[in-house]
Design a protein around this ligand. Structure first.
Ligand code: FMN
Length: 140
């Protein structure tokens, strides 16, 4: 079966509470277990970055639901590719909370990623946190 991996970023709605995020995670895990979707959800307090992987149909359907979801807006697809095997086989959805500062977000994400993840994939995700970070200071 062809697998698709898709990464997007979005802006959390202003009134989103920590409890809302927990609810998103809980129902995402339930739904993803049924749909055969796995992945990673990064939240920095204002923005989301999410990797979802599964059958092309399951991922395309999820993206449609995500675009209608009022708990966030500005869903922007950053990467989509065909994959041979899952990058996050053990996670029906894993939440990683990071700081809004780029450097701290990068460091936190690095430690949270699965050990078996190909380094190039991990570095691509870590670099992508720049697009949701409020304070991108590449130079010390
Ligand atoms: C940041 C964010 C991440 C989400 N991740 C998932 C997910 O991984 N899987 C999922 O089924 N729904 C996820 N949802 C919820 C979907 O947008 C949608 O509400 C849910 O699939 C139910 O859709 P329905 O009400 O149209 O049936 C997420 C929502 C948000 C705001």
């Amino acid at each position: 079966m062809t697998l698709k991996s898709l990464t997007y970023t979005s802006l959390a709605s202003l009134d989103l509470t920590s409890e809302d995020v927990e609810n998103i995670l809980r129902s995402a895990r339930e739904q993803n277990a049924i749909e055969g979707i796995t992945g990673l959800l990064v939240f920095n307090g204002t923005h989301f970055m999410q990797v979802v992987e599964g059958s092309t149909q399951a991922i395309d359907d999820l993206v449609e639901r995500l675009r209608r979801d009022r708990r966030h807006s500005g869903v922007e697809i950053r990467d989509q590719r065909e994959i041979q095997e899952r990058f996050f086989p053990d996670w029906t959805m894993e939440l990683v909370r990071v700081k809004s500062r780029y450097r701290e977000a990068q460091q936190r994400l690095r430690t949270a990623l699965p050990e078996a993840l190909p380094p190039a994939v991990g570095e691509r995700l870590v670099a992508m946190t720049a697009s949701i970070s409020g304070d991108v200071d590449l130079v010390d």
